[in-house]
Design a protein around this ligand. Sequence first.
Ligand code: PDD
Length: 288
Amino acid sequence: MTIAFLNGEFMPLAEAKISPMDRGFLFGDGIYEVVPTYDGAPVGFKGHTARMSDGLSAINIDNPYTPEQWREILDTLVSKNSTHFSTGNIGIYFHVSRGADVKRYHAYPTGVTPTVFGFAFEIAPPQPTNKQSAKALKVALEEDKRWQRCHIKSTSLLGNVMHFQAGADAGVNETILFNSEGMITEASACNVFMVKDNVITTPPLNHQLLPGITRAIAITAFKNAGLDVKEDWFSKEDLLNADEVWLTSSSKEVAAVTEVNGKQIGEGIVGPVWEKAIRAYHAYKFDA
Ligand code: PDD
């Protein structure tokens, strides 16, 4: 049984109960984070707590905890769950919803206490550092049908879930999304990078995509390693004609994609720039 955190207390996950009137349940009215940890060391903790603060203030919920308090909850969840998992690769989920009101009414209520929830789950091991051992992903490609505030890490994930499900139905690992102008935004639960002629490109931040913490760490890591990386829009045609395509997320780190919508990318194998990139990422990730 894993141990969860709910409203100030640690308890077995099965005993963590909330009201059905919770606005997280009724409206998806909340913010969440997923922080990866390896043998107890989190990656991007500062970035995750800063993004959570930004998300909470964007929807007028007071952040219930300081970064130091979040860190204490994270460390406790990791240590209380460490014997439960067979590896030290543990993801920590944090979730703050607006809380339970007595009635269902769309406007933000006053005097309601936010619900704070956290739990631990096993994540994939760190990516290998050579391309022969790396898992190659296949993805679908769809027009982005989500809302206009994708920079907020909201628990209202139905749009993302539907895009991810389309990929799952097609037997692939993820779904990359393009906007009405045919430009790539992100994937249903990852950011997207492409490589052409040794230049690494990822879409710039705006309301159409989540400011991924892995994305930010990767950009700095690539620059530190002298790789050529830029933030710029690229089209689905550019993506399909890229030498390499990668996804980034807290659970996938930097993952190579070798097939998009049934079309082979580059040579159809994990590429040489990925190998440099993942080494740069590993060299920097715990310093971010
Ligand atoms: N997904 N874009 C979207 C839509 C995401 O949901 C995520 C993360 C990312 C990558 O963000 P980060 O590098 O900070 O994990 C990009 C998480 C892992 C999830 O929903 O489980």
